[in-house]
Ligand binder design. Structure first.
Ligand code: NAP
Length: 250
């Protein structure tokens, strides 16, 4: 049995993770940590993997403490910067146990990870590519981290293939053209009734390919979280890993 502690256990994602772990045949809940609990209760003696879903302002501190307590971590909380990732890497280099791992996924939904991958594969075959992300109106950031990631993946694939710049006769900076991320335009829609959705539009003269991922419910993230827990618990991925694609054999 993999012993899983959940940090942020009373949050929307944390509560779903507790349910998913309890329903999994090969896992059991070790500790449930809320904002009022001491994270020091999560130790290598009681926990194989901690799952962290809290708030961006707390996540780095939580992860550093868990590393120091000898625990490997799966992280879903957003807001990671290169500087924060460097601090995680440095802490892992001094981790008390060999093979300790931290895994961070900007998006645990299999559909979103595959959409990213397919968009990057398709990008070099098209003259134009744009990303539209659509979310519920309570989302605080725009464009979404996932859309930014998709745009970077498209841009990198096009650079590698030596693609020409995308045609666009728009003069100057025009807000309605969205945000240019690495040269790829990203548009953000906030609409009541939506959850988390992303479309990649790829265009050639006379044809279009649309890749769309829809996450209707938090349940969509749970298979990815459990996959990450199993991979981290296996001890085969020591150090810092970012992105669920690593575990999907793509
Ligand atoms: P949420 O419902 O607001 O839950 C966050 C929880 O963390 C709250 O219960 C909060 O407690 C608790 N918390 C805050 N600081 C803490 C601390 N220091 N220690 C322990 N618990 C603490 O948010 P959510 O919807 O679950 O989302 C959580 C994070 O996951 C966000 O960053 C979100 O963007 C991200 N997310 C990622 C994915 C993905 O696929 N990677 C998917 C969905 C969401 P209080 O309410 O008492 O403050």
């Amino acid at each position: 049995m993999i012993r899983v502690s959940v940090v942020g256990a009373q949050g929307r994602m944390g509560a779903s993770v507790v349910q998913a772990v309890e329903a999994a045949q090969d896992m059991q809940i070790a500790q449930k940590i809320t904002e009022n609990d001491d994270i020091a209760a999560v130790t290598a003696d009681n926990t194989d993997v901690a799952v962290e879903f809290t708030v961006p302002s707390a996540a780095l501190d939580n992860v550093l403490k868990l590393i120091a307590q000898g625990v490997s971590v799966v992280v879903g909380t957003t807001g990671w910067t290169d500087e924060k990732l460097d601090r995680v890497k440095a802490a892992l280099a001094d981790a008390p146990h060999q093979g300790q791992a931290v895994f961070i996924a900007p998006n645990f939904a299999i559909s979103a990870v595959l959409a990213d991958k397919f968009a990057a594969e398709a990008a070099k075959y098209f003259t134009s590519a744009e990303v539209i992300e659509l979310h519920h109106p309570n989302k605080v950031d725009a464009p979404s981290g996932t859309a930014i990631h998709t745009a970077h993946a498209i841009a990198a694939a096009r650079r590698e293939a030596g693609c020409a710049q995308m045609p666009d006769a728009t003069q100057g900076e025009v807000a309605s053209r969205g945000q240019s991320v690495d040269g790829v335009h990203v548009h953000a829609v906030r609409l009541q009734g939506l959850n988390a959705h992303e479309e990649v539009l790829l265009g050639n003269a006379g044809e279009q390919l649309v890749i769309r991922a829809d996450s209707f419910d938090r349940a969509s993230f749970m298979p990815g979280v459990l996959l990450a827990v199993r991979n981290v618990a296996s001890g085969e991925h020591p150090g810092l890993t970012v992105g669920l694609d690593t575990f999907l054999d793509l």
